[in-house]
Structures are given as structure tokens and as C-alpha cells.
Ligand binder design. Structure first.
Ligand code: GLY
Length: 413
């Protein structure tokens, strides 16, 4: 079979549009018996991640230019977030589970050696990302959790430390006082009912939902913000923490950070690290430590990862789905949109439920093509979903999105 025939056969298998085929970039042709596209490296490093507010993305890019390993560069960005006490979604300062215990999750994939490592529900170790790498390098395992992961970390020289900061404790106290946890029925349960304060009336068609924010959401969100701010005040929580605390109650952190990296030689890695869903039931694992959900890297195709509701991403094996879509010829954007559509499909496109969910995928193909895609266009009071890309120029770009509008909350209170 000649190369063209092989490629035609490969393309005909995928349900892609003519437009999407047109955007299929450098496919040099599949080899006999290897029916997947061969993506040529752009010959320069590329990094995709979320906004970090620090210098680590630029530093990681410089590391890659100087020949650093792609996973080390990704973990450099992760470590910046893990060290920041004001980033309540990751590492030190991360928000705890409902018992007030910080439990961290992380996973890594190293493209060149095609290896993976992960840790889940690990306490007292700040750098969950580095620990996941250590599991990959220093054990015969891929994933370790809980007390065993902590003991492994200490045996490997990691420092044991209390990760629960005073600010995170105050936010947790406000959450406890407010008293709305994650016990069922979950949002995917047939028994789930929209909260009483869900806006009434027909939900506008997603595509028609106005931005910044949808008017039917604004009144309810603002009154919740007022109520929680007053509660924080009564509890003696310092006013400089009110905004942050109220935000974490209304939109509990699934912040997380995912970083995918590519070097000039075309090597790729991915890393995802998180303190997980704020106020989770102890022992809950999200998507971040799950290889194929929160992180997936295939040295031949690309690397992808997610931030958002881990439960939804696990159910669609998001990062793996995206890599496999790209293997079949989809562009990064198309692949991400397909994963988002599968999340929506899991809810029969029921907007009453979907508007409580949130998801962003960060996608980097081996040829340097990239996309950041989100379920909703905006979050909170209309802030645009964004991602960071560095391909020689460091910049923030708006995400492409499936539904226009603001996710109401990721807590279906
Ligand atoms: N995506 C992070 C989590 O759900 O834990």
C-alpha cells in the first residue's frame, strides 16, 4: 500500500469535516504498518499551561533552550505553583478536604522514555509533581497513594511539612460554617435536583447565552457573594481574605496546573499537579493523578492535560481521548472540543446540570500546534477562560469554548 493510500485509509476512519482535514498540519505520511500521522517537530521549544503569575514559564523555556529534559521543565512550572501559599489549588497553601487535611494528587508522563508516574491523596509533601516523577524513576510502579506515597517520599528524601496555611484554614472555616459539602446525590445522579436558588425559567440555548455574565445568573451570584462576605466578616476573617474566601466557597478550587512541554528535538512531556477539589470527601481522587485523564503524553503525537471537574474528566478519559483524536487526524482544537462534547453527552446535553461544570484542556501537538479549550467561555462574574503559550513568545490567549456563557458554579449547592 503506498503512503497516500495508507493516509487516505487512515483519514477515512475518522469522522472529520472537510474543514478539519484542511487544518491537518504536517503529516509526512504514515509508514507501512504504522497508520498514524508523523508529526514533525517545529524545531523549537513550546510550552502550554495555565496562567501562573510568576516567572517559571519563561524560566522553563530557557531551560529547554539550554537542553533541559522536557519533564524537568514542566515540573519547574509546577513547583512554582506548589510553592506559592496564595495559590490555593496546588501544593503548599492548597485547600484541604472536608476534614481540613491537605491531600495532593499529581501525574507525569515522560515522552522520550514513554514512562509515567503518579501519586494520589498524598499528605505532607509539597511537591507532588516531583514525587510522581520519583515514583516513575525509583519504583516499579506507576501510581502510589496515601500513606504509602508519603512514606515513599520520605524514604526518597522529600521533606515532610504541614501544607495547611493560616489563610487556607480561614477559608476552610468559612466553608464549614456555610455547611455545603460534596456528599451525594452527585450532579450526575438521577436523584440530583437543581438547587432552590437556581435561576428559574427556560435555560437559554447555550449558543445564545449572553456573556459577562448571563443575567439570570448575576443576581443570584451577587446575593450569594454578599451573604458569604457578611458571614466571613462575622467570623472575624480579615477583609483582605474575603474575596478569595467567598470565591472558593462559590467556585471551589479545581484550579490545578497542567504543563505540556516540547523541546527543539521534538521530545515531549506532561505534568499535572493539584490539591484537588476543595472540601472533597477524604480519600477522593480527581483526574489529576489519573494517567489518561488529567495528563497524557504520547511522544509521537502530543501531550494534553486538564483543569476542572475531575470527575467529569475521568469519565471521558479526557487527555487520552484528545491524544487519540489527534492520532486520527484531528487538530488540537477539534480534539479538545470532542472531549468536551463527550462530557456534555454524558449529561444528554442537559444545560441545567452542565452549567455547574467547568473544564479546560491544554493541548500541544508534536508539531507545535496547540489549543486551550474550555466547556464554558467565562467563569465567575464573566472572566474569560485563558491559557498560556510560550513558543518563543510568551503570551496568554483566550480559550476556544463549547458553550458561550458563564459556568454558574462548580458547586451544585
Ligand atoms: N481537576 C482537579 C480535580 O478535580 O481534582
Amino acid at each position: 500500500m503506498d503512503t497516500l493510500t495508507t493516509r487516505r485509509k487512515f483519514l477515512s476512519r475518522s469522522a472529520l469535516t472537510a474543514a478539519s482535514l484542511a487544518s491537518l498540519s504536517p503529516v509526512s505520511g504514515a509508514e507501512e504498518g504504522n497508520q498514524q500521522p508523523q508529526f514533525k517537530s517545529p524545531g523549537k521549544p513550546v510550552i502550554i499551561t495555565r496562567e501562573t503569575g510568576d516567572a517559571t514559564v519563561a524560566e522553563a523555556y530557557a531551560m529547554l533552550l539550554q537542553g533541559a529534559d522536557t519533564l524537568d521543565a514542566a515540573l519547574h512550572v509546577c513547583a512554582g505553583r506548589e510553592n506559592d501559599p496564595n495559590d490555593h489549588s496546588v501544593g503548599y497553601g492548597g485547600l484541604p478536604n472536608e476534614d481540613g487535611v491537605v491531600e495532593l494528587d499529581a501525574s507525569v508522563m515522560h515522552g522520550p522514555t514513554r514512562r509515567a508516574g503518579a501519586v494520589g491523596a498524598c499528605q505532607n509533601i509539597r511537591h507532588a509533581g516531583l514525587l510522581a516523577k520519583k515514583v516513575m524513576e525509583r519504583s516499579s510502579h506507576v501510581m502510589m497513594v496515601g500513606e504509602g506515597a508519603e512514606r515513599f517520599a520520605i524514604a526518597e528524601g522529600f521533606k515532610k511539612e504541614d501544607l495547611f496555611t493560616n489563610d487556607a484554614r480561614k477559608i476552610w472555616l468559612l466553608w464549614k460554617e456555610n455547611g455545603r459539602g460534596w456528599w451525594g446525590p452527585g450532579i450526575d445522579s438521577p436523584d440530583w435536583k437543581p438547587p432552590v436558588d437556581t435561576p428559574k425559567g427556560a435555560i437559554p440555548k447555550a449558543a445564545l447565552m449572553p456573556r459577562h455574565p448571563a443575567p439570570d445568573q448575576a443576581e443570584m451570584v451577587l446575593s450569594e457573594m454578599k451573604r458569604l462576605t457578611a458571614l466571613a466578616d462575622r467570623m472575624g476573617i480579615p477583609s483582605n481574605l474575603h474575596r478569595e474566601a467567598v470565591r472558593e466557597i462559590l467556585w471551589p478550587t479545581t484550579g490545578t496546573i497542567h504543563v505540556s512541554t516540547l523541546n527543539a528535538a521534538g521530545e515531549m512531556s506532561g505534568a499535572t499537579t493539584t490539591s484537588g477539589l476543595a472540601w472533597k470527601i477524604p480519600g477522593r481522587l480527581g483526574d489529576s493523578p489519573i494517567i489518561g485523564a488529567g495528563c497524557y503524553t504520547d511522544q509521537d503525537i502530543g501531550s494534553a492535560g486538564a483543569t476542572g471537574n475531575g470527575e467529569e474528566n475521568i469519565k471521558v478519559a479526557g487527555a487520552h481521548t484528545i491524544i487519540d483524536m489527534m492520532r486520527q487526524g484531528a487538530s488540537p482544537k477539534e480534539a479538545g472540543m470532542e472531549a468536551l462534547r463527550r462530557i456534555a453527552r454524558n449529561y444528554n446535553n442537559d444545560m441545567t446540570r452542565l452549567r455547574y461544570l467547568d473544564m479546560i484542556y491544554y493541548i500541544l501537538r508534536r508539531d507545535g500546534a496547540y489549543a486551550g479549550v474550555s466547556l464554558w467561555s467565562t467563569r465567575g462574574i464573566g472572566s474569560q477562560k485563558k491559557f498560556v503559550i510560550h513558543d518563543g513568545t510568551l503570551r496568554t490567549e483566550p480559550c476556544d469554548y463549547l458553550f458561550e456563557g458563564t459556568t454558574l458554579s462548580i458547586h451544585p449547592f
